[in-house]
Design a protein around this ligand. Structure first.
Ligand SMILES: Cc1cc2nc3c(=O)[nH]c(=O)nc-3n(C[C@H](O)[C@H](O)[C@H](O)COP(=O)(O)O)c2cc1C
Length: 325
């Protein structure tokens, strides 16, 4: 157990924010495997302020999903503050307001948001101080090591965030320029978790238990953030929890259980979004449940190409995989 201010978190495994993936259904699904804290995908402050329908749908959050961080992005303090006020006034269930200072995508950085904020530290400081003042719930931030190799300023940014009064910092241990590839640079934030006055969550290439052990040991982080490694691989969460509780590494994914998980997730996603919106997402995500499995290529192709309805998904999986071990 660890704490973010007074909030108790039961697991050292945290579910990463992922645009297009971390829907309410995905969060509920992954919670069953033992994540201690979940994030929404990043939500536009402008979208909230202008009441964009799609943006507001990201705020359909159930009480049962807590502990939860709502992640917002924006490059303009006034809009960030208005978006936070909207969330508070509409009593949207959440425990943390997380500010995205990490996104490298031009659509986001062109307005000064996401990782672009790491290049303007005076403005960052001003924004974060006011956000902490205005938000009724604790504030956290997700950052990168810096914008690019010439601007690695993670330690300075952490000092600014601490001074502003944030309650939690998550670091994706790459620069924004590196996007999502290459090895994360945990060595650049060696023992940082031990030096910060707030808990540190570490992110970057967590695909198995050994990756998590390495990231946590080098950085001294309190918790591990699971992103791509958990997509279609929910037992990564339970095996991480098992390791943190017992020191034992057990990870034996099994195709029959993977089939069950895929169908469970499909049902939750259809419940959330309706079949028409859910199926294109499932054509992208369902194949991920069957990586590294036998006859995988034919199955994955069938899932990507032939799945129009839930029944199609079930039929294809039944064709390849039995219900019982
Ligand atoms: C498809 C995708 C979408 C992402 N969306 C977000 C996001 O909305 N907010 C955010 O802070 N990070 C986002 N990230 C970054 C992840 O939270 C995580 O920090 C990153 O993927 C590194 O972890 P990994 O190497 O274990 O995947 C996204 C990553 C991916 C792959």
């Amino acid at each position: 157990m660890w704490k973010i201010k007074n909030l108790k978190i039961n697991s050292h495994v945290v579910l990463a924010p992922m645009a297009g993936i971390t829907s309410s259904a995905y969060r509920k699904f992954m919670r069953r495997f033992g994540v201690g804290l979940v994030y929404t995908e990043m939500i536009s402050d402008h979208g909230i302020v202008y009441q964009n329908e799609e943006t507001l749908s990201y705020l359909n959050i159930e009480e049962s999903e807590r502990p939860l961080a709502i992640q917002i992005f924006g490059g303009d303090k006034e809009y960030l503050l208005k978006a936070i006020k909207y969330i508070d006034e509409h009593h949207i269930p959440h425990d943390l307001i997380d500010i995205n200072l990490a996104c490298p995508v031009p659509k986001v950085t062109k307005s000064g948001a996401g990782s672009k904020m790491l290049l303007n530290l005076d403005y960052l400081e001003e924004c974060m101080q006011e956000i902490v003042k205005v938000s009724r719930s604790p504030v956290s931030a997700k950052i990168r090591l810096g914008f690019d190799n010439e601007h690695i300023n993670v330690l300075e940014v952490c000092r600014i965030l601490e001074k502003a009064g944030v309650s939690l910092i998550a670091i994706h241990a790459r620069t924004a320029k590196e996007l999502y590839s290459g090895e994360p640079h945990f060595d650049l934030i060696k023992d940082l978790g031990k030096k910060l006055s707030v808990p540190l969550i570490i992110s970057g290439n967590i695909f198995n238990v050994e990756d998590a052990i390495k990231a946590k040991e080098i950085t001294g982080a309190t918790a591990i953030m699971v992103a791509r490694g958990g997509v279609g691989n929910p037992e990564l969460i339970s095996s991480l929890n098992h390791y943190f509780e017992t020191g034992e590494i057990i990870y034996q994914p099994n195709i029959v259980r993977q089939k069950k998980y895929c169908l469970e997730f499909a049902k939750l996603l259809i419940e959330e979004k309706g079949e028409k919106k859910a199926m294109p997402i499932l054509r992208g995500l369902a194949p991920k449940f069957f990586f590294k499995m036998p006859y995988i290529k034919t199955l994955r192709n069938a899932l990507t190409e032939r799945v129009i309805t839930y029944e199609d998904l079930k039929e294809i999986l039944d064709e390849f995989i039995p219900d019982e071990e």
